[in-house]
Design a protein around this ligand. Structure first.
Ligand code: C2E
Ligand code: CA
Ligand code: CA
Ligand code: CA
Length: 280
C-alpha cells in the first residue's frame, strides 16, 4: 500500500512537471509567434435573422503552431494575458480584422459590413488604447462605425470610472461597443445605463439548453427584454440548431451567431459566405 502511494505521488508529481514544462515551452514559442506569422484570424458571421443577411463578422484568433498544430484561444490567450504579449497580439488582430473588413466592403460591394474584435482586460488597461484604435482605423481606412469592440462584463466592472471614460472616448470616435458573454459575469444594471454600449451578446451557455431548460429560456427572455428596453441590440451566440434559432426568433432576438449558420472560417471561406449572403 505504501509503495503504491508513493508511485501515485510520483505519477502526480511528474504529471504536474510535464504540464508545467508544456506551458513553459508554449510561452517560449508564444514570444516568437507574431514575428513568425503563426497567428491566423478566423471569421464567424453574425446574421440578421429577419433578412438572413450577414451583417457582421467576428474576428477569432487561432495560433498555427509549427509542432502542435492549430491552437485555440482558450489555450493561449490566458498565457498571452499573463505575459502581456496580448497587447501586441491584440494590436495585430485589430489591424488585420479592420483591413480585412475594409477589403470586403470595397471588393464585394458590401459598404455596411461590420467587424467585431475581442478586447482583453490587459489591452483595456493600456493608456494608448484610444490612440491605437484611431491609428488603425486611419491606416486601414475603415469607417469607425463599422468597427465593434467586444468587452466582457468583468472588464466593464473593473475600475468602472476609468472604463467609462475610455468607452466614452471610443464611442465618440463612432466605434461600437458590445458586452460579450452577457449574463455570466458581474454586470450591474447601473453600468448598462451609464456606459455607451451598443449591444449585448447572450452567452452561449444560456443558448445551449434553451429548448430544454425553462430557466435558460426565462433568462434569455429577460436579457432580450432588458436589451430592447435600453435600446440595445441583442445577439444570440452559440446557436447550433434550428430549434434554437426558431425559439430565439420567437423571443425577438434579431441577431444570431453560431455553428448553425457557420463555424468560424478562414478569410477566403468567409469571402464565399459573404458572396452567397449578398446574392440571396
Ligand atoms: P467569444 O468571444 O465568446 O467567442 C465565441 C466562441 O464560441 C468562439 O470560440 C467560437 O468559435 C465559439 N462558437 C461560435 N459558435 C459556436 C456554437 O454554435 N457552439 C459552440 N459550442 N461554440 C461556438 P473560440 O474561437 O475558441 O474563442 C474563444 C474565446 O477566446 C472567445 O470567446 C474570446 O473570448 C477569446 N478570443 C478569441 N479571439 C480573441 C482575440 O483576438 N483577442 C482576445 N482578447 N480574445 C479572443
Ligand atoms: Ca466575442
Ligand atoms: Ca461570447
Ligand atoms: Ca468568451
Amino acid at each position: 500500500v505504501k509503495s503504491q502511494g508513493r508511485n501515485n505521488y510520483q505519477f502526480y508529481h511528474s504529471a504536474i512537471n510535464s504540464q508545467a514544462s508544456e506551458l513553459l515551452s508554449l510561452e517560449n514559442s508564444l514570444h516568437y509567434a507574431l514575428e513568425r506569422e503563426e497567428f491566423i484570424v478566423y471569421y464567424q458571421p453574425q446574421i440578421n435573422i429577419s433578412t438572413g443577411e450577414i451583417i457582421k463578422m467576428e474576428a477569432l484568433l487561432r495560433w498555427q503552431h509549427p509542432k502542435l498544430g492549430l491552437i485555440y484561444p482558450e489555450k493561449f490567450i490566458p498565457l498571452a494575458e499573463e505575459t502581456g504579449l496580448i497587447v501586441t497580439i491584440g494590436e495585430w488582430v485589430l489591424k488585420t480584422a479592420c483591413a480585412q473588413n475594409k477589403a470586403w466592403q470595397d471588393t464585394l460591394g458590401l459598404p455596411s459590413l461590420s467587424i467585431a474584435v475581442n478586447l482583453s482586460a490587459r489591452q483595456f488597461q493600456q493608456s494608448n488604447l484610444v490612440k491605437l484604435v484611431t491609428q488603425i482605423l486611419l491606416e486601414t481606412q475603415l469607417n469607425p462605425k463599422y468597427l465593434e469592440l467586444e468587452i466582457t462584463e468583468s472588464i466593464a466592472m473593473h475600475n468602472a470610472e476609468f472604463t467609462k471614460a475610455i468607452l466614452n472616448e471610443i464611442n465618440n470616435m463612432g466605434v461600437y461597443i458590445s458586452i460579450d458573454d452577457f449574463g455570466t459575469g458581474y454586470c450591474s444594471f447601473n453600468y448598462l445605463k451609464k456606459f455607451p454600449i451598443h449591444a449585448l451578446k447572450i452567452d452561449k451557455s444560456f443558448v445551449r439548453d434553451l429548448t430544454k431548460n425553462s430557466n435558460d429560456a426565462a433568462i434569455i427572455t429577460a436579457i432580450i427584454a432588458l436589451a430592447h428596453g435600453l435600446n440595445l441590440a441583442v445577439v444570440g451566440e452559440g446557436v447550433e440548431t434550428e430549434e434554437q434559432r426558431n425559439l430565439l426568433r420567437i423571443l425577438e432576438c434579431e441577431l444570431m451567431q453560431g455553428y448553425f449558420f457557420s463555424r468560424p472560417v478562414l478569410a477566403e471561406d468567409a469571402t464565399k459566405l459573404l458572396r452567397k449572403s449578398k446574392s440571396r
